[in-house]
Design a protein around this ligand. Structure first.
Ligand code: SF4
Length: 232
């Protein structure tokens, strides 16, 4: 599946060998995994086991973001598909799996905790400057962090803004900071995180939900591209 996603046969085996070598030499290794709508939950559950066997310290998982300029829109996940996939993927998680993400962000991916994007939460700086507004949307660069903060209309981003480019996004770059804010700035969020950690340790514990869990996750989402009608 990995080889198909990157169009390079054999590259997964190369990556595994590189991880083994790095671990043998005492390096800390983490893995970053983007999932498309071709993902088979059972294969990915096996993949999590394999990564733990290899000594990977933590895995970041994220649904692929359907960015405008991508040549292949067919395989990106829309919001409802993301929730369905992550529910299957993370249902009864093995206790040994370690994710590099907040428990509330994983709940969000399963549709069990509602979050709104924090687009300034993971600013990107590169040789061109500070990318506006988040690294997924290419709207140019600001010369300084101050300029990025002051000149960006932050209300124009996130799902509630109605921005169609944000409608299907559930990426960690925007929503992980929101999960951290929810964990440390609300009692309900903190208690839910605590309950999720206890569950990870094998202690059954009810997990509070966010006050609003949106059922209309695909409202306003980008429609799937339809095959063009045959020319008459
Ligand atoms: S929802 Fe947030 S993270 Fe996603 S594309 Fe919009 S601004 Fe970026």
């Amino acid at each position: 599946m990995h080889d198909a996603a990157v169009c390079r046969p054999g590259v997964f085996d190369v990556a595994v060998r590189a991880i083994q070598k790095a671990r043998q030499r005492g390096f800390r290794v983490t893995a970053n995994t983007t999932l498309f709508n071709t993902a088979e939950p059972q294969s990915y559950r096996q993949f999590f086991d394999e990564m733990m066997d290899l000594g990977v310290e933590g895995i970041t998982i994220s649904p692929a973001y359907p960015y405008e300029k991508a040549p292949d829109h067919e395989h990106f996940l829309h919001a409802n598909e993301t929730i369905r996939l992550f529910r299957e993927l993370l249902d009864h998680p093995h206790r040994r799996w370690r994710f590099n993400q907040s428990p509330l962000f994983l709940q969000f991916l399963k549709g069990e905790w509602d979050l709104e994007c924090t687009p300034w939460g993971n600013p990107t700086y590169n040789i061109f400057g500070w990318q506006r507004p988040c690294y997924l949307l290419q709207e140019g660069y600001a010369a300084s962090f101050q300029e990025l903060l002051e000149e960006t209309d932050w209300s124009a981003y996130g799902r509630v803004s109605g921005n169609p480019r944000c409608a299907d996004c559930m990426m960690h770059c925007g929503y992980e900071p929101s999960a951290v804010i929810a964990t440390f700035c609300s009692l309900r969020g903190f208690l839910a995180t605590f309950a999720l950690v206890l569950r990870q340790w094998g202690l059954p514990c009810p997990v509070p939900r966010s006050p609003t869990v949106r059922e209309d996750r695909n409202a306003g989402a980008t429609p799937r591209p339809q095959p063009e009608a045959d020319a008459a």
